[in-house]
Design a binder for this molecule. Structure first.
Ligand SMILES: [Fe+2]
Length: 306
């Protein structure tokens, strides 16, 4: 499949909509979090009406891509009954996104808010998940990339490393990867005792199948590091970004924030400082992208030049 190169952007999360000036940004791409805009499955509507208005307006300024956290994509319900197929697929078609990415979680309708339930990294699940992924990509009709999760415990029954599981799934399904660098960072802290290795992860996954990258921040609480999306992107994650951009060719780098206001050094910031923090991270991501591929490879810069 031919995949457009977009550049650097933000995830559209309703938690930010009230305070972050989305409309004033020259974003290359905005990632729609389908879970947060879809209407309930037992109603007649596809999405919340205010989301349609906001995203239709955003589509005039930047490219839109789709993301699913809790579509039941990899659960055990029949695929056609999941919110992935009943809501996310029509949303992807409605906004004509060039790709969709989905989280490697188990979830079904009753688990919609469980965070986080990693897949079982086993041979049996490679076969089942790959078949489901292939079918779902076909239903979407666009590239589907799977996001590596941050998790606190491995799923019982796991008997292979996460990176090997992802590599085997993608090899069988013909789908793609969505690499979340903050999830990698979080796992490397929380699973240090079990020998988790970022370098081994990166040298095992098929780097040429990375469709997009997520960047985020988080905090340590009660002895665990959490992927809370409520701080600036940490320095080691920026270093990882440079590393991965030099070894692969993702089509977008997307920042994720998910809080009513952000934190710095454990303290909640005010509105102005939270906005500044997001803008500074966006600028830093653009610098990394431009250093690796040149500014003209980003969508907005290409359009300005045209
Ligand atoms: Fe992510």
């Amino acid at each position: 499949m031919m995949i457009s190169t977009l550049g650097v952007g933000l995830q559209y999360n309703p938690a930010l909509a009230a305070w972050f000036p989305f409309r004033e940004q020259a974003l290359d791409v905005m990632e729609i979090l389908f879970d947060s805009i879809m209407a309930p499955l037992d109603g007649p509507q596809l999405m919340w009406p205010d989301a349609a208005e906001t995203l239709d307006s955003a589509a005039t300024q930047c490219a839109l891509v789709g993301h699913s956290n809790y579509g039941g994509d990899f659960g055990f319900d029949p695929l056609e009954t999941t919110s992935a197929v009943r809501r996310h697929v029509p949303l992807a078609k409605r906004f004509r996104v060039p790709w969709v990415t989905n989280h490697c979680f188990y979830s079904d309708a009753s688990w919609a808010n469980v965070w986080s339930s990693p897949l079982q990294f086993s041979k049996a699940e490679v076969a089942r998940v790959a078949e489901r992924a292939r079918n779902l990509q076909e239903i979407y009709g666009v590239c589907l990339g799977h996001e590596n999760a941050a998790y606190y415990r491995s799923c019982p029954g796991s008997n292979m490393p996460e990176e090997e599981f992802l590599a085997r799934v993608i090899e069988r399904s013909g789908t793609y990867l969505h690499l979340d660098l903050h999830n990698l960072f979080a796992n490397s802290i929380n699973h240090v005792a079990s020998g988790y290795s970022i370098e081994r992860f990166l040298s095992t996954i098929p780097l040429d199948r990375i469709i997009a990258i997520h960047l985020a921040g988080g905090r340590s609480l009660d002895g665990l590091y959490h992927d809370l999306h409520d701080t600036a992107v940490p320095k080691p994650v920026w270093e990882l970004l440079d590393n991965v951009l030099s070894r692969s060719r993702p089509r977008a780098v997307i920042l994720e924030y998910e809080s009513h206001l952000l934190f710095e050094d454990g303290k909640k910031l005010d509105h102005a400082r939270s906005v500044d923090l997001v803008l500074a991270d966006l600028e830093c991501a653009r610098r990394a992208w431009d250093h690796a591929y040149g500014a003209k490879s980003r969508r907005t810069t290409r359009e300005e030049a045209a």
